[in-house]
Write a protein of this length. Structure first.
Ligand SMILES: NC(=O)c1ccc[n+]([C@@H]2O[C@H](COP(=O)([O-])OP(=O)(O)OC[C@H]3O[C@@H](n4cnc5c(N)ncnc54)[C@H](OP(=O)(O)O)[C@@H]3O)[C@@H](O)[C@H]2O)c1
Length: 213
């Protein structure tokens, strides 16, 4: 799968679009108003379209939209354009409410996840949660003196995860497969944890690492 369509036009969408391009993929990026990406397209050489244009063209999709709008963005992308495709889900279920003592508020509860909702709404798409637990600036080939950081990922489809594993290797991550889509209940809150030093100390340059003995 070489044609990667990014659904989402902000920092995560633009960063991952450039990352996939850097690693040799054919990339397009989507927005409800593609014209606003004219400057990004002219600088990056990555063309823009609507969510539906990009999803229809792509062989694999990255979802990088505002969490509260994720279901709506995929509705606009079109279920028929997602069937059978890998959907790398970088979103987090962040509520429209301020953090409490640096802890982001979620609109999901502890025994559910946004990705499971999205998977249930699009049963023939092959969702893999990834890139959700680090800041956009460190998603592509991050450099840390302590070595490679860990990307936690999960999903129900082994073939979809194999595609994402190859991407994570290229993008410079240690991989930690947490199992089925239900593990998104544990992976999505890692974004809350990752953001705490940011909100409390304005420190955003870290990543998570899992050590094995
Ligand atoms: N920022 C980070 O460092 C970071 C790191 C890890 C994970 N994440 C997660 O990645 C996702 C993207 O984050 P971000 O900071 O790049 O951008 P964002 O501001 O959370 O989302 C921007 C995107 O959401 C779309 N959107 C907003 N409202 C919409 C609606 N009502 N219907 C359809 N689409 C809508 C926008 O569409 P238009 O293009 O049409 O404006 C845009 O593409 C979020 O879920 C976030 O939690 C972010």
């Amino acid at each position: 799968m070489q044609k990667v369509g990014i659904i989402g036009s902000a920092s995560v969408g633009q960063t991952l679009a450039e990352g996939f391009k850097k690693h040799g993929y054919d990339v397009r990026i989507g927005s409800r108003t593609p014209a606003k990406l004219a400057e990004f397209s002219s600088k990056s050489g990555i063309s823009a379209g609507t969510f539906a244009d990009v999803a229809a063209w792509a062989e694999a999709v990255v979802l990088a939209v505002h969490g509260v709008a994720a279901e709506e963005a995929l509705r606009q992308a079109g279920d028929q354009n997602l069937r059978g495709k890998v959907v790398i889900d970088a979103t987090n279920p962040i509520a429209d409410a301020p953090p409490i003592d640096g802890v982001l508020q979620f609109f999901t509860g502890p025994n559910e996840s946004l990705m499971e909702r999205l998977q249930a709404a699009h049963p023939e798409a092959r969702f893999v949660k990834a890139f959700s637990c680090v800041g956009a600036a460190r998603m592509v080939n991050p450099q840390f003196s302590g070595g490679k950081p860990t990307m936690f990922y999960c999903g129900n489809d082994a073939g979809a995860k194999a595609f994402v594993e190859d991407v994570l290797d290229k993008f410079g991550w240690e991989r930690a497969d947490m199992g089925s889509a239900a593990a998104a209940r544990a992976i999505e809150p890692l974004a809350q944890l990752w953001c705490i030093p940011g909100f409390r100390q304005n420190s955003w340059t870290h990543a998570l690492s899992l050590l094995w003995s």
